[in-house]
Design a protein around this ligand. Structure first.
Ligand SMILES: Nc1nc2c(c(=O)[nH]1)N[C@H]1C(S)=C(S)[C@@H](COP(=O)(O)OP(=O)(O)OC[C@H]3O[C@@H](n4cnc5c(=O)[nH]c(N)nc54)[C@H](O)[C@@H]3O)O[C@H]1N2
Ligand SMILES: Nc1nc2c(c(=O)[nH]1)N[C@H]1C(S)=C(S)[C@@H](COP(=O)(O)OP(=O)(O)OC[C@H]3O[C@@H](n4cnc5c(=O)[nH]c(N)nc54)[C@H](O)[C@@H]3O)O[C@H]1N2
Ligand code: SF4
Ligand SMILES: [Mo]
Length: 716
């Protein structure tokens, strides 16, 4: 065939010089990270496809992954280290050398340490996960306790709820369960590679219950859809518990031998009849009964929670406690097809093999350092996690109380992630020194004093673990663009200038990953030799009912219906030892009113967007070019609204103007809007202290608001 045609068809062969290299897409959730076949010619990516041999994604790619070339070659990519020469936010920067950048950063950071206040320096990682152990170690070796991440709004509260109940993080056993209870999760939009397995299980007779305010693709396939009002999940779980106990559907042997607080809890749920819950949740009482019986009566049943929606309410951790207790109550804890406690191998993923990750990243003694930011507000968080709570970052910078934060080093920060995002932006304006390391010149990077260019996952190497022990180690498929470098390389070079007590990090990713992997029996080289990945040789299959010999790592050593940790803060902070229900907002004194009659629920995922990342890609942005809010047809009719009409959404805090999107995929009385739109920042409508008192998570999904129709010419 002639060469021109081969080139046009992007055919990989000697004649065209096109090579197909293996990599992964890291644009979204780490549990996805789909396999990529990357077509490279002359050092440039000319095409991407899904890798059919990847063992979790099996060749599929979503709209975001298909836009990989637009992501990698975005005109917003930062190409050199930069120093700010104009006012913060202006975007006026001058290129500098890496050496000058490192020296400037080291001077500022080392000065804080020399003055005896390493805690005034804060190290932060946004949604990206791959560099986290390295940043956490850097923070610790520098001597600061203030390592924090985007997990101050994601995942950690769910993790905390499991820890409060049984002492360990638990995962669902979807492939082997008879009944799946999806509690606020929309895998069709947020975890597409998992959907095939889910559909197979449904074809094989698995029962499905979905708790979601919206008729999602999973909900419409469910045997029972419990269409709750946002933030009322705790009430629903209490009513299901009421049914299970009053109808004697619970596991008496487990309750008697392995739990504490059952009698108190039983007494408390006595009044939580399905009828009472119906008034609060909007779910018919009989449907609650039916769901409770289906879940408790199945041979095995498992709960699939989400990292975010339930805990994006002021009552979220307590709600999840009540939900997770259902597993113990019904004999579905630590059994096949139930929810099982797991240990993480690497990056919050249970691979079934040991590593030295915890030792690596939790370097030094946190108890000997200053209290972490957020410690005064959220002591339960401090008891259960090793991170600072980044929701307190703006306070520390702006009020300097309990102590100031003077310097921030961020690996991928998006200030629009915070509630009251304008205040977070102000904090970045006022902080003495701010370094941002990102792929793109974002609005947050524009606030920095020094900006460093990170490269994408296709330009670096990376060890990767998937649940169950599938591992792979990528190699760069192209050279880093411009002068960009991998985050870990940046750290390993920066530590040579910083006053840190560590000789491992300067040795680079290769040596560090091998150090971490040492107990697993794997090396980077061994895994890299298999471009499509491999199963970790030392992985162990899950073991069940470990509590029978090991007990529970909780204060009582038992499964806790009444929490020993929460009880410590009952008097001081009003945190109940039982998972008592408070309406969303009640704990923060906010409720629906005549003036603000709608619930604003922010952040339900859209398939083509991932936080702030893919608005800049022409393909993904073309699906919804303008900021829109989803409104139920019944509400739209009352207000005379049609899709595309300009509207104004106001809360007590602020307002934004967007377009209406009238859709059944909403709920009457609730307005759903995606977060992080650069042109309509819904997080500016949310109070910064509207948070769960246990986790510090913001109430992103239950804000009273007002909706107004604008005249066409008033809209943007
Ligand atoms: N395409 C895409 N995928 C993503 C992301 C993304 O931004 N885009 N983000 C990633 C991240 S960081 C996360 S944390 C996950 C989130 O993953 P998911 O939790 O699966 O996604 P969400 O859409 O946030 O929420 C799931 C469902 O919760 C429902 N919901 C909202 N409020 C409530 C409530 O009060 N109670 C109950 N029971 N349900 C409620 C919504 O209607 C929604 O259908 O997705 C990850 N995957
Ligand atoms: N209103 C509302 N707010 C929310 C939520 C909600 O549901 N509603 N969800 C919350 C949740 S669950 C989450 S997870 C957060 C999202 O957390 P964010 O941190 O806001 O997520 P992103 O915008 O994806 O990523 C932050 C930055 O990381 C950069 N980045 C990407 N890859 C790399 C890399 O390899 N290296 C470096 N150095 N930088 C990189 C990106 O370019 C981006 O600028 O938002 C939270 N905020
Ligand atoms: S689901 Fe999409 S964005 Fe996420 S890893 Fe896969 S291809 Fe990439
Ligand atoms: Mo998240």
């Amino acid at each position: 065939m002639n060469k021109e045609r081969l080139l046009k068809g992007k055919i990989p062969c000697a004649e065209t010089g096109i090579e197909v290299k293996k990599s992964i897409c890291d644009i979204c959730t780490p549990t996805c990270h789909c396999g990529l076949d990357v077509y490279v010619k002359d050092g440039k990516i000319i095409k991407v496809e899904g890798n059919q041999e990847h063992k979790t994604s099996h060749g599929s790619l979503c709209s975001k992954g298909s836009s990989t070339r637009q992501y990698v070659y975005s005109p917003d990519r930062i190409m050199t280290p930069l120093k700010r020469i104009g006012p913060k936010g202006s975007g006026e920067f001058a290129p500098i050398s890496w050496e000058e950048a490192y020296k400037t950063i080291a001077e500022k950071f080392n000065a804080l340490k020399a003055a005896g206040h390493p805690e005034y320096a804060s190290f932060y990682v946004g949604y990206s996960k791959w560099m986290r152990p390295y940043v956490q170690r850097l923070c610790r070796t520098f001597g600061s306790p203030n390592y924090s991440t985007e997990s101050s709004t994601c995942h950690k509260a769910m993790y905390m709820a499991w820890k409060l109940v049984c002492g360990s993080f638990c995962i669902p056993q979807v492939p082997s369960t008879d009944c799946l209870l999806i509690w606020s999760n929309n895998p069709f939009h947020t975890g597409t590679p998992s959907v095939k397995g889910l559909l197979n299980r449904l074809e094989n007779g698995m029962k499905l219950i979905v708790v979601d305010p919206r008729p999602t693709p999973a909900a419409v396939r469910a045997d029972i859809h419990l269409q709750v009002k946002p933030g009322t999940d705790g009430a629903l779980a209490l009513a299901m518990t009421h049914v299970i106990i009053s109808e004697d559907l619970y596991d008496k042997e487990f309750v008697e031998n392995y739990t504490v607080g059952f009698e108190e809890y039983k007494e408390y749920v006595k009044d939580w009849t399905p009828e009472r819950a119906e008034e609060i949740t909007g779910v018919p009482a009989d449907l609650i009964r039916k769901a409770a019986r289906m879940y408790a009566g199945a041979k095995s049943a498992t709960i699939m929670p989400s990292a975010s929606p339930v805990v994006h309410h002021t009552n979220g951790t307590q709600a999840y406690r009540a939900i997770f207790m259902l597993a113990g109550l019904t004999g579905n804890f630590d059994v096949p097809g139930g929810n099982i406690p797991v240990k993480f191998s690497y990056l919050n993923t249970p691979g079934g093999f040991p590593t030295r990750e915890a030792e690596y990243m939790e370097y030094g003694d946190l108890d000997k350092m200053a209290p972490r930011i957020g410690a005064d507000k959220w002591p339960v968080w401090m008891d259960l996690t090793a991170e600072a709570q980044s929701m307190a970052l703006p306070d520390h910078v702006l009020t300097e109380k309990p102590y100031p934060i003077k310097a921030i080093m961020a690996f991928g920060m998006n200030y629009r992630m915070w509630p009251d995002s304008k205040r977070m932006k102000k904090a970045l304006e006022e902080v003495d020194f701010f370094v941002d390391i990102d792929l793109f010149m974002t609005d947050t990077a524009k606030m920095a004093d020094i900006v460093l260019p990170a490269c994408s996952s296709l330009e670096r190497e990376e060890f990767k673990v998937y649940g169950g022990g599938y591992v792979l180690h990528t190699q760069p498929v192209i050279e880093p663009l411009g002068q960009s470098k991998s985050d870990v390389q940046i750290i390993s070079e920066l530590v040579q200038y910083l006053n840190v007590d560590d000789d491992l990090q300067s040795k680079g990713y290769e040596e560090n990953i091998n150090w971490i992997l040492e107990p697993s029996g794997m090396t980077r080289e061994m895994v890299m030799a298999e471009p499509n990945g491999m199963m970790a040789p030392g992985r162990k299959p899950p073991q069940f009912q470990k509590y029978k010999t090991q007990g529970f790592p909780t204060p009582s050593g038992k499964f806790e219906f009444s929490s020993g940790i929460c009880a410590k803060y009952e008097d001081r902070l009003g945190i109940d030892a039982l998972p008592k229900y408070l309406a969303p907002g009640e704990s923060a004194g906010v409720a629906l009113s005549e003036e603000y009659p709608f619930v604003l629920n922010t952040g339900s995922r859209l398939p083509m967007y991932i936080h702030s990342r893919t608005f800049r890609l022409p393909w993904t942005a073309s699906f919804r070019p303008e900021a829109m809010a989803d409104i139920h047809p019944a509400d739209a009719e009352k207000m005379g609204l049609a899709t595309g009409d300009p509207i104004k959404i106001s809360t007590k805090k602020d307002f934004i103007c967007v377009k209406a999107n009238v859709t059944e995929l909403s709920q009457e009385g609730t307005i759903f809007m995606y977060h992080a739109y650069p042109d309509a920042d819904v997080n500016s409508l949310i109070d910064g202290d509207y948070c769960d008192p246990i986790s510090g998570f913001p109430g992103f999904k239950s804000i009273p608001c007002k909706l107004e129709k604008l005249e066409k010419e008033d809209g943007r």
